[in-house]
Design a protein around this ligand. Structure first.
Ligand code: HEC
Ligand code: HEC
Ligand code: HEC
Length: 438
């Protein structure tokens, strides 16, 4: 008996010693790197994963993400654990320089030590080393000096602090909050920023600003309000709607576009069901920013008029000619293929940037595991002039129960057409052709 007990005990002790072998740790680190979407920023278009070199526009010039492969010469191969965690959670490079906050270290500050160790193991042992020197920024001197960044960091980046679960929420909601506020850095796009560029708040405790939508477009797209607002937020989405959107980039109402496409494609589609559920459940706890938003009410008078062949309303004939084949006369679209425009938060949002942008350039749904069809919305920017696009925007914002009081003018469309992100996609030659035609 004693012998059996002893054998069991030794087995148990040795088992726990290897409970997290380095292989497991590296695997867990890989998963966390997905959750943090490190690859999206640290990989140039067509470049090797994590070797850096992706250009990122800032108000003072272009910066490039850095090589975070374990290459000793050009990457982070000689970073100790402490060097690594300082860069990721505090924005301080091994040289002592402060990083540009394009690296979302203010969010990563809440990542636990345990998760940081797993990430370190993955970047040192699981990522192939790539020898690729970092690119210098295009920012001219004296703006290129980094010491003002240290002042910014001291003022706005939080101290590394252990994440504190809240007592009123269960384990899953707390897990969702840990991911959203931390590694998944959802607030980096979805929380409004101050003039000094910091996110107004970094978590949802006792405020309704967190995740209330970006204050300025990011790469030409507005990141929507993720709070419980009835019209432009997630108030009318069930937990399941949110889960499907995060996992597949589409649900019965909408489909992913703009900067969110990368998030679904490189990060969220790889998360476990439990983590996706945790994120969705946490988002459902966020109270509306504006609790008095009038409730969305469907109205079929425009659809009825169009069915009768009456397209007198401005923008109606453009809609019938160019949009109705996919989004239907009544704006309900085709589930999982062509999003519903009726009651769509993107259309009910005050800021029309995303709506104008998607009409001009179109968009392509990513193909992800479980939803392999990559459906496309064609670009209309080279077929329609600014006035036609403005009419269409006003039409969809005021049909089927959508009521957006502010109207869009041709010059609003012209401004968006001139943005680099839009121009780049349409190609300047096609815009010239259009201008000649007008
Ligand atoms: C939204 C874009 C973005 C994401 C997401 C991102 N990074 Fe970064 N990261 C950057 C940029 C840009 C820099 C360079 C900043 C600079 O040069 O000041 C950087 C710098 C770094 C550095 C410093 C490297 C050095 O040379 O000192 C490390 C380490 C790093 N990132 C690791 C990570 C890890 C790990 C993740 C995922 C958990 C991650 N990053 C996610 C944009 C990003
Ligand atoms: C790189 C910027 C960026 C990051 C990071 C980001 N988002 Fe988004 N997100 C956007 C943009 C832009 C949109 C608008 C386009 C769309 O609806 O697909 C959006 C849309 C959404 C929508 C759809 C809302 C609607 O009303 O249609 C949800 C839900 C969402 N994001 C959740 C998240 C969550 C959760 C995270 C963190 C895991 C996150 N996002 C991180 C940019 C981002
Ligand atoms: C060939 C089919 C097709 C046509 C024609 C079309 N669309 Fe789309 N539309 C799509 C698809 C597919 C998406 C999803 C794209 C994505 O998410 O990347 C989409 C997305 C949208 C969205 C974003 C909604 C959301 O929740 O994701 C709006 C707004 C929109 N279309 C408006 C229009 C308007 C206005 C027209 C007419 C000028 C039009 N579409 C013509 C297929 C089409």
């Amino acid at each position: 008996m004693k012998k059996i007990f002893l054998t069991l005990l030794t087995a148990f002790v040795s088992l726990s010693a290897v409970a997290e072998t380095s292989g497991d740790l590296v695997k867990r680190g890989e998963y966390l790197a997905r959750a943090g979407d490190c690859v999206a920023c640290h990989t140039a278009k067509g470049g090797k994963p994590f070797a850096g070199g992706l250009a990122m526009a800032t108000p003072i010039g272009t910066i490039y993400s850095t090589n975070i492969t374990p290459d000793k010469q050009t990457g982070i191969g000689d970073y100790s654990y402490d060097d690594f965690q300082k860069a990721v959670r505090q924005g301080i490079a091994k040289t002592g320089d402060t990083l540009y906050p394009a690296m979302p270290y203010p969010s990563y500050a809440v990542v636990s030590d345990e998760d940081m160790h797993a990430l370190y193991a993955y970047f040192m042992q699981g990522v192939p080393a790539v020898n690729q020197p970092n690119k210098a920024t295009d920012i001219p001197w004296p703006l290129s000096m980094r010491w003002p960044l240290a002042i910014w960091r001291n003022m706005f980046a939080p101290e590394v602090k252990a994440f504190v679960p809240t007592a009123q929420d269960d384990e899953s909601v707390n897990r969702g909050r840990y991911l959203v506020e931390g590694l998944a850095h959802c607030g980096a796009c979805h929380t409004p920023r101050s003039i000094t560029m910091q996110e107004k708040v970094l978590n949802g405790q006792d405020n309704t600003t967190y995740l209330a939508g970006s204050s300025a477009p990011i790469d030409g797209w507005t990141a929507s309000n993720l709070r419980g607002d009835n019209r432009d937020g997630l108030g009318r989405w069930s937990q399941q709607d949110i889960e499907q959107f995060l996992r597949y980039g589409r649900n019965d109402q909408t489909a992913v576009f703009g900067g969110m496409t990368d998030v679904v494609e490189h990060s969220l589609q790889y998360l476990t069901d439990a983590d996706i559920t945790a994120i969705a459940r946490y988002l459902k706890t966020l109270a509306p920013q504006d609790a008095h938003q009038p409730v969305f009410k469907a109205d079929d008078s425009v659809a009825k008029a169009l069915w009768k062949g009456d397209d007198q309303k401005a923008g109606a004939s453009e809609y019938v000619d160019s949009c109705a084949a996919c989004h239907k006369t009544d704006g309900t679209g085709y589930k999982r293929f062509f999003p519903q425009l009726k009651g769509n938060p993107v259309i009910l949002a005050e800021d029309p940037t995303s709506l104008i942008h998607i009409i001009l350039t179109g968009a392509r749904l990513p193909s992800v595991a479980g939803a392999p069809s990559a459906v496309t919305m064609p670009a209309f920017g080279w077929r329609m002039n600014d006035e036609q696009v403005a009419n269409l925007v006003n039409f969809v914002r005021s049909s089927w129960g959508n009521t957006q009081a502010s109207t869009v003018s041709a010059s609003d469309v012209a401004k968006i057409r001139q943005q680099d992100d839009v121009k780049g996609q349409l190609g300047s030659s096609s815009i010239d052709t259009l201008e000649k035609r007008q």
